[in-house]
Design a protein around this ligand. Structure first.
Ligand SMILES: Nc1ncnc2c1ncn2[C@@H]1O[C@H](COP(=O)(O)OP(=O)(O)OP(=O)(O)O)[C@@H](O)[C@H]1O
Ligand SMILES: [Mg+2]
Length: 363
């Protein structure tokens, strides 16, 4: 895979440079970096991690409205971490993903130009203004065709992020759709079928469908932890501190209390909307793939800070009928048997994307 998205600065010198994974969302910048190690994956150690909040209005649904203010946040990040090379997430709200088929005997170097012709019918912006990446979906080499997954962005979207990084003195070596990065950190290699990734954050919930480790579908629901808080405030009073609400979400959550089920009902009114959306997306996916057994969604994996809500995986498992679990964000980083990560479990769910970015290799 070689393209502007995956390798903005391709010279080999950069490839060996350790980079910091930077997950930029509407409300926060999270970063992760590992110590360089000789024995990859065996003694991987966290070097840097952190969360810097992004003031409202700078980014909206992944659209960078005030680049100069993102530069301020990125400069703060740079001064804390002294980072130079970064791998940055791009918002799935702005991504165009599609799948296409090409003949297996097409030489590798011709794939890109073939795909350029396919952009027009799949991406609603003029092809000359598009930056894209592709990956061949591993399949049966006996067949005469191969499946290609394409991720595209408007050039303008990518350049805005790129320029903001440069302006802050950082060198972006690669960009990636956030759910693809998340897949790298939480999905183990031996999983069969497709996985639905759910990133339940603060202001939104990202949905990704991943097959053979490749992100093939994304979509976003504009509901997150903030809506849960709002719903709780409507029954508990508007002056309850956010930290108390977080505690209520995570200790009572969707469990029905003995004397009152108000909290349960308030949270459920929000969560049930998400549940319905997940079902719709799942049905769409199955239909789009002709109900293929191979591509059936076999599990739902949750990340994002709001995934901490008590009783959430059980509720989704029961109502959707597909096993839903909280992802282990360290799944592909190190074994938890002999490592105690410095980020506690509750905070770790928000780091899934940043971890995946930090794990990315550029060979
Ligand atoms: N123990 C916890 N630690 C951190 N956040 C928590 C915890 N429990 C619940 N949350 C909620 O998770 C949300 C933050 O999640 P996350 O860090 O994934 O969001 P984000 O990436 O900043 O936001 P978004 O992706 O919506 O732009 C907040 O609404 C917060 O209240
Ligand atoms: Mg997030």
């Amino acid at each position: 895979m070689s393209s502007v998205l995956s390798r903005i600065l391709p010279p080999p010198a950069y490839i060996t440079m350790p980079s910091v994974g930077v997950d930029i969302s509407d409300t926060s910048l999270k970063y992760i970096a590992f110590e360089p190690t000789v024995r990859e994956g065996i003694d991987r150690k966290l070097k840097l991690w952190g969360d810097i909040s992004i003031p409202n209005g700078i980014l909206q649904r992944g659209q960078l409205d005030k680049p100069e203010q993102l530069v301020i946040v990125l400069k703060e990040f740079k001064s804390i971490t002294k980072a130079e090379f970064v791998t940055v997430s791009l918002p799935e709200e702005r991504a165009y993903l599609f799948e296409t088929t090409i003949k297996r005997d097409v030489p590798l170097k011709e794939i890109r130009s073939l795909l350029e012709f396919k952009l027009e019918e799949n991406v609603p912006i003029p092809s000359k203004d598009v930056i894209f990446d592709y990956v061949i979906i591993p399949g049966d080499s006996e067949t005469r065709t191969m499946q290609i997954a394409v991720a595209a962005y408007g050039k303008e979207t990518v350049l805005k992020y790129y320029d903001a990084c440069k302006e802050a003195g950082l060198r972006p070596i690669s960009f990636e759709v956030e759910a693809q990065a998340m897949a790298r950190s939480v999905i183990s290699n031996d999983i069969s079928g497709a996985v639905m990734l759910v990133d339940f954050g603060k202001t939104r919930t990202g949905i990704g469908i991943v097959y053979k480790g490749i992100l093939l579908y994304t979509s976003t629901i504009d509901i997150g932890g903030d809506q849960l808080s709002q719903s709780l405030r409507s029954i508990l009073g508007s002056d309850v501190a956010e930290s108390s609400l977080t505690k209520i979400k995570n200790t009572e959550g969707l469990m029905r209390g003995v004397d009152s089920s108000d909290v349960h009902d308030a949270l459920l009114s929000v969560v049930s909307i998400i549940k319905d959306e997940l079902i719709t997306r799942m049905q769409y996916w199955h239909l789009r793939n002709g109900n293929s057994e191979e591509r059936r969604i076999t599990s739902i994996m949750m990340c994002g800070g709001s995934a901490n809500m008590k009783g959430l995986p059980a509720y989704l498992t029961e109502t959707i009928g597909v096993p839903c679990v909280r992802g282990n964000v360290w799944e592909n980083t190190f074994s938890l048997d002999n490592n105690v990560p410095p980020i506690d479990k509750w905070h770790s769910f928000g780091y899934a994307t940043a971890i995946g970015l930090a794990l990315k290799k550029f060979v």
